[in-house]
Design a protein around this ligand. Structure first.
Ligand code: COA
Length: 707
C-alpha cells in the first residue's frame, strides 16, 4: 500500500468540513455543500455555521470543535476578515488541509495577512490551497468541493489552473466536450501549495494519464522544472500559458501578481521538460481528450485515408508541420490498398478512395491499414459528397475505432455541412477523436508523437562540470573591492582561464614599445584597444583599432588611439592598450547565462548579428544542463543548418559550443551572485578546430552568494 504524502489527503480526504456552509441557496457556502452531496462524496461531510440547523439533510455544526471525528480538509467560504480566526480553529482541530475559497487577500493588496495565515498554517502542520480559488475536485473519493456548475465527468485528465474563473468555466466546458477529469484544482494566490506540490501528487496518481496546466506566471521555476522533467517520463503534460504578448504579460502580472517572463524562455524550458505547449485552451482540451485514451504508437509512420485529394494534400502539409511521418513503402501500399479500393483511386499515401468511395471502401481500407503492424497510426478523412451520406460512415468509424483504439492511434476529420457537423459533435461526445479541420486532427497526433519521443528519450545522465568556485569568487571579490559589478578585460581573461574557455591571446602594453613587442609576440594581425577605467565605450572614444598587420600600423594605431582618447576625455587615466590576437573569421554565435526572475539560472544560445537581433532566433535551457540538453538547445535554433554546414561547407565545432554551454550553466547555477554572462561573439570554426570566446562580459552582485 502506498504511504500517504503531505498532499495526498488533499485529494483523498476522509472527512471534509465546510466553514461557512449556508442554507441560503444563493451563497457559495451552500453551493459547495450541494456539489459535495450531489457528487456522492464517499467520506464524512461536516457543514459549519454558528447558526446551526440543517442543509441538504446534513446537520450543521456551530463550530469545528463540535465535530467529533477527524477532519482532513476544511473548505473555507467566509469573508476574508474572518478567515484567520477560522484557520486557528482548524489548527486546534488538527485539520490537514485548508481550501480557502475566500477572496480579499494578496490579489487586492492584502498580502501581509495572506502570508501570516500561510505561515501559521505551516507552523501548525496544515497546508493551504488558495486563497482566492474555486475549490477542488478529486475523482479518487468523488469529491466536488467547488462552487462550479457540477456535472464533472470522472476520467483520466487532471487540470491545474492558476485562473479560478477560467477553471469554473472549464467545468462546464469539459462536460460539454466529454472530457473526464481525475482532478480539477485552482491554485489561486499560491500562498502555500503551488503547481509543483500538486504535480508531486499527480506523478504517482494512477488515475491520471494527462495533466493540463493553465499558467499565467511562474514562481520558483527551478523546482517546477525539476518536477516536470520527472512527471513527463510517465504522464502527458500539456501547458497553456497566458501572457505571451507584452500587453498580455502585463495583464497577467496584475491578475495574479506573478511575472510572466519572456515567452521564448518559457517555450524553450517547457520543451526541455518534455511538456506539450498548446496554443489555446481548445487545443489543450483536444489533446487532453485524445491522449487520455490513446496508446503510444509502435512507430512513426502514419497512413492517410481520404475520399478527397485536397484534404489529403492539406493533411500531408499538417503532418509535416506537426512532425508526423507518413508511411512510404510504395510496394506495400499498393499491395495493401489496391485490392480494397476503386480501380481509379490512388494507393499512394494519402490513400485516395476518390469521390465515389462508399462506406464499405472506407471500412476495407481502414481495416487494411489498422491490421498492418508497420502502419503505426491512421488518419481517416471524409469530404461530404452528394454520392455518399456521412451517416453511413458513422457505424464504420465507431466500429473501427472501438476495435483498434487500445492498439493504435486513430484520428478522423469530417468536413461538410450541417449534417456532418451534427455527426462530428455526436461522435466527439462518445469520446471518438473526430475533428472538422484536418489540422486539428493532425495536431493531436503530433502531440502524441512528441510525448512518445520524450518518453523514449533516455533520462539525462548527470555530468559533473568542475568549476573552481573559489578562483571565480576571488576574481569577483577583487572587482568588488573596486566597487564594481562588472569585470574589466584582464579580469575577464582570468575568468576565461578558470573556466577553460579559449580566448584570443592578449597582452597589456603600457607604452608604444611594449605595444610593438606585444604585437610581435602574438603575431599579426592584431587588434588594439585602449585600457582605461574612465573610458567604458571604447569604440565611441576612438579607442579600438582592428586588423593591424605590421609594426608601422601598430605604431600609427597606438598614436591615433592616444590622440582620440585624449580628445574624448582629457582627464582620463589611460593605463595603456591591450594588444589582442585578431581572430580568424568563423560563424559568430552568442552564448550566455543569467539568473531569470521566473526560472532561476538559465543558459541561452543563438547565432550572432541579425539572427539574434532581428530574427530573435535563440534557444534557452534551465541550468545546469546535461550534454544532451545542451545539444538540444543548440539544435533548437532555426539557423542550426548553418552550423551543420550548408552549400558544401563543413560541419562546425558544435561540441565546442556544447562544452561552453555546459560550463556557463554550471557557473551560473553554482555562483548565484553572477547575474549575467555573455560571450559575444563566440566564434565557431570547422569541426575539430574549436571555438573562441572573443568577448566575455560578466555582471554580478556586489555581495557573495555561492551554492
Ligand atoms: N464559521 C462558520 N460560518 C461563518 C463564520 C464562521 N467563522 N463566519 C460567517 N459564517 C457564515 C455566515 O453566517 C454565512 O452564513 P448564512 O448564509 O447562514 O448567513 C456564511 O458563513 C457566509 O458568510 P457571508 O458573510 O454571508 O459571506 P458570503 O457568502 O456573502 O461571501 C465569500 C463569502 C467567501 C463567498 C466571499 O467573501 C468571497 O470571497 N467571494 C469571492 C469568492 C471567489 O470568487 N473566489 C475565487 C474564485 S476563483
Amino acid at each position: 500500500m502506498k504511504t500517504k504524502t503531505d498532499v495526498d489527503y488533499l485529494f483523498e480526504p476522509r472527512a471534509v468540513a465546510v466553514i461557512g456552509a449556508s442554507q441560503n441557496t444563493a451563497k457559495i457556502g451552500y453551493r459547495v455543500v450541494e456539489n459535495i452531496v450531489r457528487r456522492g462524496y464517499k467520506g464524512q461531510i461536516y457543514p459549519i455555521n454558528p447558526k446551526g440547523g440543517e442543509v441538504l439533510g446534513l446537520k450543521i455544526y456551530p463550530d469545528l470543535s463540535a465535530v467529533e471525528g477527524d477532519v482532513d480538509i476544511a473548505v473555507i467560504t467566509i469573508p476574508a476578515r474572518f478567515v484567520f480566526d477560522a484557520v486557528k480553529e482548524c489548527a486546534a482541530k488538527h485539520v490537514k488541509h485548508l481550501v480557502i475559497i475566500s477572496s480579499g487577500f494578496s490579489e487586492v493588496g492584502n498580502a501581509e495577512e495572506e502570508r501570516e495565515i500561510a505561515a501559521y498554517a505551516r507552523e501548525h502542520g496544515m497546508r493551504v490551497l488558495g486563497p482566492n480559488i474555486f475549490g477542488i475536485y478529486s475523482s479518487a473519493v468523488s469529491l466536488d468541493a467547488t462552487f462550479g456548475p457540477g456535472g464533472i465527468l470522472p476520467g483520466r485528465v487532471a487540470i491545474i489552473t492558476q485562473s479560478g474563473a477560467l477553471g469554473i468555466a472549464m467545468i462546464g466546458k469539459t462536460a460539454a466536450e466529454s472530457l473526464g477529469l481525475s482532478v480539477l484544482v485552482s491554485v489561486g494566490n499560491k500562498s502555500d501549495i503551488d503547481e509543483s506540490d500538486l504535480l508531486e501528487y499527480l506523478a504517482n496518481d494512477e488515475a491520471t494519464k494527462v495533466i493540463f496546466l493553465y499558467i499565467e506566471g511562474v514562481k520558483d521555476g527551478d523546482r517546477l522544472v525539476e518536477i516536470l522533467k520527472r512527471v513527463t517520463r510517465n504522464k502527458h503534460v500539456i501547458v497553456v500559458k497566458a501572457g505571451r504578448s507584452k500587453r498580455g504579460a502585463m495583464a497577467a502580472a496584475s491578475h495574479t501578481g506573478s511575472l510572466a517572463g519572456a515567452d521564448e524562455i518559457f517555450d524553450s524550458i517547457m520543451r526541455q521538460c518534455g511538456v506539450l505547449r498548446a496554443e489555446n485552451v481548445q487545443e489543450a482540451f483536444d489533446w487532453a481528450r485524445f491522449l487520455a485514451d490513446v496508446p503510444f504508437p509502435k512507430g512513426k509512420e502514419a497512413v492517410i485515408i481520404t475520399n478527397g485529394g485536397g484534404i489529403g494534400v492539406m493533411t500531408t502539409d499538417a503532418c509535416e508541420k506537426y512532425g508526423v511521418d507518413l508511411y512510404d513503402d510504395q510496394a506495400v501500399l499498393k499491395e495493401t490498398f489496391a485490392p480494397v479500393m476503386p480501380s481509379f483511386g490512388s494507393s499512394k499515401n494519402p490513400v485516395d478512395l476518390t469521390g465515389q468511395a462508399t462506406a464499405e471502401d472506407y471500412e476495407r481500407a481502414m481495416e487494411a491499414a489498422l491490421a498492418n503492424d508497420d502502419m503505426h497510426a491512421v488518419l481517416s478523412l471524409y469530404c461530404e459528397t452528394a454520392l455518399f451520406d456521412a451517416g453511413e460512415l458513422v457505424p464504420v468509424l465507431r466500429n473501427e475505432y472501438q476495435r483498434y483504439k487500445g492498439k493504435k492511434p486513430i484520428v478522423f476529420s469530417l468536413f461538410g455541412g450541417e449534417k456532418v457537423e451534427i455527426i462530428t459533435s455526436k461522435l466527439r461526445k462518445e469520446g471518438i477523436p473526430v475533428f472538422a479541420d484536418v489540422y486539428d486532427a493532425v495536431s493531436c497526433l503530433g502531440a502524441l508523437y512528441r510525448s512518445w519521443h520524450n518518453s523514449n528519450t533516455p533520462a539525462d545522465e548527470p555530468e559533473e562540470i568542475q568549476i573552481d568556485v573559489l578562483a571565480v569568487e576571488a576574481i569577483l571579490d577583487r572587482a568588488r573591492e573596486d566597487k564594481r559589478g562588472f569585470l574589466l578585460a584582464g579580469e575577464a581573461q582570468q575568468m576565461a582561464k578558470v573556466l577553460g574557455l579559449s580566448m584570443p591571446r592578449s597582452i597589456l602594453a603600457r607604452n608604444l614599445d611594449e605595444a610593438v613587442h606585444a604585437a610581435e609576440k602574438i603575431g599579426y594581425p592584431v587588434v588594439m584597444k585602449v585600457v582605461s577605467k574612465d573610458i567604458i565605450h571604447k569604440s565611441d572614444a576612438g579607442g579600438v583599432a582592428l586588423d593591424l598587420v605590421n609594426q608601422n600600423e601598430v605604431i600609427d594605431a597606438y598614436q591615433a588611439i592616444m590622440r582620440s582618447c585624449r580628445e574624448y576625455k582629457a582627464d582620463a587615466l589611460i593605463q595603456g592598450v591591450e594588444v589582442v590576437e585578431m581572430v580568424k573569421p568563423g560563424v559568430e554565435t552568442i552564448i550566455g547565462a543569467r539568473q531569470d526572475a521566473s526560472f532561476g539560472p538559465i543558459v541561452m544560445f543563438g547565432l550572432g548579428g541579425i539572427y539574434v537581433e532581428v530574427m530573435k532566433d535563440v534557444a534557452f535551457r534551465a541550468a545546469p544542463i546535461s550534454r544532451r540538453e545542451a545539444h538540444a538547445m543548440v539544435s533548437d535554433i532555426r539557423s542550426y543548418p548553418l552550423l551543420l554546414g550548408v552549400r558544401g561547407e563543413k560541419r562546425k565545432e558544435i561540441d565546442g559550443i556544447v562544452d561552453v554551454a555546459m560550463k556557463l550553466g554550471a557557473l551560473i547555477d553554482r555562483c548565484r551572485d553572477i547575474t549575467d554572462i555573455e560571450i559575444n561573439p563566440l566564434v565557431v570554426y570547422e569541426h575539430g578546430q574549436g571555438v573562441k570566446a572573443v568577448d566575455v562580459r560578466i555582471l554580478f552582485q556586489t555581495t557573495r552568494e555561492v551554492r
